[in-house]
Write a protein that binds this ligand. Sequence first.
Ligand SMILES: [Zn+2]
Length: 278
Amino acid sequence: MGNKILLVIMDGVGYDTAVSQCGYLEGMVELGRARRWKMRTALPTISAAMYETIHSGLSPIDHGVTGNEALRPSIVPNVFQTLHDANFKTAAVAHSYFHTLYNGPYDLFDHIEVEDEEKNIQFGRFYSMEGYNGTNICAPAEIDLCAQASLLIKRHSPDYLLLHSSSVDSLGHRYTADSSQYRIQTWHIDNALARGIPRWLEEGYEVIVTADHGMNADGHHGGAEDIMRHVAFYYFGKGTITADKDSVLDQLAIAPSVLQRLGATIPDSMKAETLFSD
Ligand SMILES: [Zn+2]
């Protein structure tokens, strides 16, 4: 109770790729300083739908965001709104979709930086990736995202901080999941997290690293293939997760588990059992 949580979403990083490419995360697991499980996502495996699932504990079919098109603000109880209403501090370094979902329609010139305690995401740094194309991925450097997260911690000490990287998803669409570009970019996230996570742990955060969905060899996700649905779930913290190391966790459990660790009341709509026993 009363913990602070930093949740990292590595967009589009499937389970096997995380386990094979993330040498720092896996090294921490090997030394017993973190734990890792396989997690199964809800369906359909589309980014905005999964962002809302991770934050509402509901399947896309129930929360209503089933795709990236015509994205609109969340209409169900979610982590950001629940925390905001209970006077917790929230922050995010994330794609602008998160602004649309939890703070309302995104106007780049107004919202690229948000400092507004009335908003569900009170302190935000949002990126657009506008102009993304086959020769320029338009993704921020992973370490820049980590540094922005660190500055938000320094300035505001948020109770809940989301750090969302989109680069692997973009390269996966461009080159497929069966490509050096996809695999090596996954390692770049790991390499940046190796510099961020020790600081964040030192600053008193529990860190969770997961993904919204995976990617297949067509450079696609959205369906129900294991390669799209299986993601990693790493936990750096003192809470007790009772699931044994070979069990497959449920993505719907993230939202109530985060609220539980923070000591917030879990909305009735979040029905999945929490991951933590304490
Ligand atoms: Zn994608």
